[in-house]
Ligand binder design. Structure first.
Ligand code: E4P
Length: 217
């Protein structure tokens, strides 16, 4: 299972990279809005910082606008994946971009049938937003399970990229379901590594070591 980091913050990307924890990056317009740097400059820096795929999202609403933006975005690096919203126009754009050999990530996926349509259009990735599904009282991980089943049933090469991750449980369940990728905010990435019994055990080992004859000499 691959881990992407869900951020446009270069510092977070560098820290996650230093831990050897990330295989790619996803961004969206809201994440860029939190940063101070011009988005084009920042997007190019992000693409240069990581070897893996970097999802950059279009903001046009027609297929023609999306394709035009995609042509600009792919100039930012060889690893750009163009993020396209799950609309009818978006599906038309995905089909055209796929024909051009451009990787796509269909975003804002909230139903298994949307994911099926995106896969049929040739999307490289689909992004079910599990946290936002949970927020409205439904079960985000059930959506992932259905998508994984459909893609397996028909042998689609489209990858399931679990998005809108809020907690380590989302990652555990994604791994158990066989999702291809999870895109994880930096704060959740940190939580994956931590366990109170690890901290307690380490404190005890270090305290005992101080009492050990010859240790620290
Ligand atoms: C996915 O690619 C999106 O950038 C992201 O996961 C959305 O998460 P949110 O629901 O926390 O905004």
């Amino acid at each position: 299972m691959r881990f992407f980091i869900d951020t446009a913050n270069l510092e977070e990307i560098r820290r996650a990279k230093a831990y050897g924890l990330i295989d790619g990056v996803t961004t969206n317009p809201s994440l860029f809005a939190r940063e101070k740097e011009d988005w084009r400059t920042l997007a190019q820096k992000i693409c240069a910082e990581v070897e893996g795929p970097v999802s950059l999202e279009v903001v046009g609403l027609t297929a023609a606008e999306m394709v035009r933006e995609a042509r600009e975005l792919v100039q930012f690096g060889p690893n750009v994946v163009v993020k396209i919203p799950m609309t009818m126009e978006g599906l038309a754009a995905v089909r055209e971009l796929t024909g051009m050999g451009i990787d796509t990530n269909v975003t804002l996926v909230f139903s298994p049938l949307q994911a099926l349509l995106a896969a049929k259009a040739g999307a490289s990735y689909v992004s079910p937003f599990v946290g936002r599904v949970d927020d409205v009282g439904a079960e985000g991980m059930a959506l992932v399970e259905q998508i994984v089943t459909i893609f397996t049933n028909y042998g689609f090469s489209t990858q399931t990229l679990v998005a809108s991750v809020r907690s380590p449980m989302h990652i555990l369940q994604s791994a158990l379901l066989g999702a291809d990728v999870a895109t994880i905010p930096f704060n959740v990435l940190e939580k994956l590594a931590s366990h109170p019994l690890t901290d307690k055990g380490l404190d005890a080992f270090l305290a005992d070591w101080k009492k050990t004859p010859g240790a620290g000499a």
